[in-house]
Design a protein around this ligand. Structure first.
Ligand code: GDP
Ligand code: MG
Length: 440
């Protein structure tokens, strides 16, 4: 009843759906957070306009204010806009896969080249590094030293050779030696420079790489947008690596890179050491960009509320006769989402000691149950009684789930009915609620 009252009240005040008027404060807060995270101004404008349009008219969940709900939408959208989770490195069908590193001086290209080589080695892909930075005296030595450290061969022709020629021969060598992936490190300049771009373009033209990775220092801030635009227009990038994420920068450059190039961030660099390379997780970065202050608290609150209302609805259903196989499946998925089933069971207080083997068995059982429910028609899921009375339906479902006969399905239906009856009895008995079952 209180929920219904609340929603009526909300409707009256125009707070039941997100509108331009009821998210002004939140909009300001989001804009400030993105600015503080060094996202490019134009990118912020475009992004916010995009989210606002999308959020317009969205229903506001019970217990949540429109601006809170809006923050949740911003967070979700931010994670989506930033692209794929863990986008893999290109892998050509014919070896070698050719990766070209690009970026300004000091951003971490050479370090990232070595990190990538080590990452590939860990995936059992052989790698070769090619040193084309002939301008800085120590650049070749730096790559050679890194190569030794990670036991990856480095191809170099000294500092008098032509970078394009070094790249060409490096790829030839990798091909001859059956190397899986060749990574070409290049020279950078402190600023975007016509000669540098021209040289990079010639190397690209010559070796035809499968992957051109723009290395961007996360501390670049506002400039990241401009930088990305220039490199993408003049060279064409296929992805990016965001370095120096171990610093206290919020990483807004990621959003700029993504919005402007449309290409995925493939890795982030989190330290000077060669193993400090991590896959890119947009949801984590979305949290970091939005910041830890008020905004994030709001997000979390909204999120909790959403989960809570879902759980509440489910609980009401369980206690009524409406609970069916579809709800059952939803409930199981909810449990799965909360992390490993095993981990969850282990955390429950008063649980007898469970062995890992038992946990594995429980997880297998969960999968089998899911397979059976998946084999049911919509009608059967709604109406489990149909299955209780029809052996041929049970047999069809059993076979669909990979069994010879209907015995597993018969058991599932019986268990389900027993459980539902028990719950309804409890519901009528007026138990205060079933926190364990509500998934909260
Ligand atoms: P390049 O000029 O683009 O080749 O840049 P380098 O690879 O030589 O790196 C420049 C400096 O940044 C070096 O001191 C690196 O150790 C450092 N560096 C590179 N990547 C990272 C990173 O992810 N985190 C930190 N803290 N330092 C990094
Ligand atoms: Mg370098």
């Amino acid at each position: 009843l209180s929920e219904r009252l609340e929603s009526a009240w909300k409707k009256l005040r125009g707070q039941d759906r997100i509108s331009h008027a009821n998210i002004q404060e939140a909009l300001k807060e989001v804009r400030r957070a993105l600015l503080e995270a060094d996202v490019n101004l134009q990118v912020i404008k475009d992004f916010i306009a995009q989210v606002e349009t999308k959020a317009q008219g969205a229903e506001v969940i019970a217990g949540v204010r429109p601006d809170q709900q809006f923050i949740k939408i911003v967070y979700d959208e931010l994670a989506v806009v930033m692209g794929e989770t863990n986008a893999p490195l290109a892998h050509s069908a014919t070896a070698p896969t050719i990766v070209l590193m690009a970026g300004l001086q000091g951003t971490g290209k050479t370090t990232a080249a070595a990190k990538l080589a080590l990452h590939l080695r860990k995936e059992n892909r052989s790698a070769m590094l090619v040193a084309t930075d002939v301008y800085r005296p120590a650049a070749i030595d730096q790559l050679v030293t890194l190569g030794k450290q990670i036991e990856v061969p480095v191809f170099e022709l000294g500092s008098d050779a032509d970078p394009v020629e070094i790249a060409r021969q490096g790829v030839e060598r990798a091909k001859a030696e059956g190397i899986d992936t060749v990574i070409i490190d290049t020279a950078g300049r402190l600023q975007i420079d016509r000669d540098m771009m021209a040289e990079l373009a010639r190397i690209k033209q010559t070796v035809q790489p499968h992957e051109v990775l723009l290395v961007v220092d996360a501390m670049t801030g506002q400039e990241a947008a401009n930088l990305t635009r220039t490199f993408h227009e003049q060279i064409g990038i296929t992805g990016a690596i965001l370095t120096k994420m171990d610093g206290d920068t919020r990483g807004g450059a990621a959003l700029s890179v993504r919005q402007i190039s449309g290409q995925p961030i493939k890795f982030i660099g989190t330290g000077e050491k060669v193993d400090a390379l991590q896959p890119f997780y947009p949801d984590r970065l979305a949290q970091r960009i939005l910041g830890m202050g008020d905004v994030l608290t709001l997000v979390e609150k909204a999120q909790e509320q959403i989960d809570f209302t879902d759980a509440q609805k489910m609980q009401e259903k369980i206690l009524s006769a409406k609970f069916d196989f579809t709800d059952f499946l939803k409930q199981m998925r909810l449990m799965k989402n909360m992390g490993s089933f095993g981990g969850l069971l282990k955390m429950l207080p008063g649980m007898p000691k469970i062995s890992d083997k038992q946990l594995q068995e429980a997880e297998v059982k969960l999968k089998q149950t899911e397979a059976m429910i998946n084999s049911m028609t919509a009608e059967e899921r709604r109406n489990p009684e149909l299955l209780a009375s029809s052996p041929s339906r049970r047999l069809r479902i059993g076979r669909g789930a990979g069994y010879k006969n209907d015995s597993e399905v018969t058991k599932l239906v019986a268990d389900f009915q027993k459980m539902r009856n028990l719950m309804q009895q409890m519901g009528q008995g007026g138990l205060p609620g079933m926190p364990g079952m509500a998934g909260g």
